[in-house]
Design a protein around this ligand. Structure first.
Ligand SMILES: [Zn+2]
Length: 493
């Protein structure tokens, strides 16, 4: 392992020597250190281990992660070059404490959770399993009833699929309830492992609902089709309540305050695991950029953000962008996002829309160009990452109309088989890749600090000229599920 490791490092440092020359104008640059990147993700993994296996919003592992970031900056920032603060906000917390599905004492399944599903009564419900006959894919109860299905008082097994409201889960849950079902079990419409999903917000039109893997769903459906009557016991207890959490910020005291370059990574994990690639890797990357910055001599101000409650709906970055005073919005030059940068492909956000036709605000193309040029100069192929809105950049581009960019190494099985699972631990990150991505990010940050205002068009906060992705009905805010055709983070509604 170490052999492979050092070969890559050698190749990168040779290329870097050349890069330093090319960018001599960029001023002093302190080297990114792989040991520090490694130490950060090790600390985050340790925090999860000590706090019930996760660092999720509303739970002790998140608070410990906040303390860790604050302490790391304090330990490092001897000469007080940074202003550091936290911003608290209230988000809707959820925790599934009981979730099981069984057909008999010997046949049971482990359903995956749907965030914001209502609970069943304590002790669960027992009812006949109903299916959708034929090849119908109903998105409302009329369509479902038109198939001849009788689901009243039953538990409906239904395939996941896109509905006109822009969702792939919520539309199915509403359909089931509208037709009289007492619970809905949605099975995936792809063979890929499904680790969870979200209903975006609680809604009286929902019934208790959970997810099954495609193979399990199809085999149960076959049995019902063959005439078997399956009496299913289903129980889900989900606590949903408001909890207060925080974003963490650090910004340089030096630099032009009218051209702020902002970098962000989310500090929370899902509740299923430690979240070391997602997003301990991005947390580690921006912390290392802070440490390697010549903070007292930056030409333009740099602000770092560690976001809270990203996994529950981009809540931290949403709160920040919603409450940012207009003057501060005007002063913001660009936002760079680093969510999952530890294994997979070298994904650069497709700012110019050339691959996915989802173009970022003007200037996003410039940022993409800086990143890709750096990677290509190292002989590293890049993959365009679609800006589908699956991470904290969303509100910066959609609501503030700010140029955005960043890196994202992919959520599909091929890129991260432990995505949103318990195995997203320390060993799930390829620290060499994290190291290379951090160097790419450092290069881009330094370029923006030096030349950002010349190369990035800056618009006022009230820009209305750019319609970015169009107004979506369902905001694609979390990347629980990989959409293989669109790389990057994708929809999970
Ligand atoms: Zn993430």
């Amino acid at each position: 392992m170490f052999g492979k490791f050092s070969t890559v490092l050698l190749c990168v440092s040779a290329a870097l020597a050349q890069e330093v020359q090319l960018d001599a104008k960029l001023g002093p640059k302190q080297a990114v250190e792989i040991e520090r990147l490694n130490a950060t993700i090790a600390s985050l993994a340790q925090i999860a281990t000590e706090n019930g296996g996760n660092r999720a919003f509303g739970l002790p592992g998140y608070n410990a992660s906040v303390d860790f970031i604050l302490k790391s900056i304090e330990n490092f920032d001897d000469d007080h070059a940074f202003e550091v603060w936290t911003q608290s906000f209230v988000g809707l917390f959820n925790q599934i404490t009981v979730h099981n599905l069984s057909i008999s004492e010997t046949e049971s399944y482990v359903p995956q959770g749907l965030i914001y599903s209502p609970s069943t009564p304590v002790g669960g419900v027992t009812a006949e399993l109903a299916i959708v006959p034929g090849d119908a894919t109903p998105c409302n109860s009329e369509e479902l009833l038109a198939t001849g299905a009788n689901v009243t008082g039953k538990i409906l097994l239904i395939e996941r699929g896109s509905c006109p409201d822009g969702t792939t889960f919520a539309g199915k849950v509403k359909t089931a309830k509208g037709a009289g079902a007492i619970s809905a079990i949605i099975y995936n419409n792809q063979d890929a492992f499904i680790s969870g999903g979200t209903l975006t917000a609680p809604n009286p039109d929902y019934i208790p609902a959970g997810l099954l893997q495609r193979s399990d769903g199809l085999s149960l459906r076959e049995r019902v089709l063959a005439g078997e009557v399956l009496n299913v016991h289903y129980e889900q207890i989900q606590n949903i309540e408001n909890r207060t959490t925080v974003n963490v910020f650090a910004e340089t005291k030096a630099g032009n305050k009218e051209n702020v370059i902002m970098l962000g990574a989310h500090l929370d994990s899902v509740s299923a695991g430690a979240g070391i690639n997602d997003d301990g890797s991005g947390v580690s990357l921006i912390l290392e950029l802070l440490r390697t910055l010549d903070a007292k001599n930056v030409k333009n101000q740099v602000r770092f953000a560690w976001w809270g409650a990203e996994e529950n709906g981009l809540l931290g970055s949403k709160h920040y962008t919603e409450t940012l005073p207009a003057e501060d919005v005007d002063n913001l030059l660009a936002y760079l996002n680093f969510d999952m940068v530890g294994r997979g492909y070298y994904g650069v956000f497709d700012g110019d829309g050339s691959t996915f036709n989802l173009t970022g605000p003007p200037g996003s193309d410039v940022i993409e160009g800086i990143f890709t040029k750096w990677f290509h100069a190292q002989g590293i192929n890049t993959t365009a990452a679609a800006m589908t809105g699956g991470s904290d950049y969303y509100h910066f581009m959609e609501d503030l109309d700010k140029p955005i960019g960043g890196l994202h190494t992919g959520t599909a099985f091929e890129q991260d088989p432990c995505y949103h699972q318990a195995c997203d631990d320390f060993d799930n990150v390829n620290v060499t890749q994290l190291y290379i991505n951090t160097q790419a990010a450092q290069h881009t940050l330094l370029k923006l600090i030096e030349r950002g205002p010349e190369i990035i068009p800056k618009g006022p906060s009230n820009l209305t000229s750019t319609v970015l992705l169009g107004k979506k009905v369902g905001v694609e805010w979390t990347h629980l599920i990989e959409d293989r055709h669109h790389s990057g983070c994708a929809v999970a509604l």
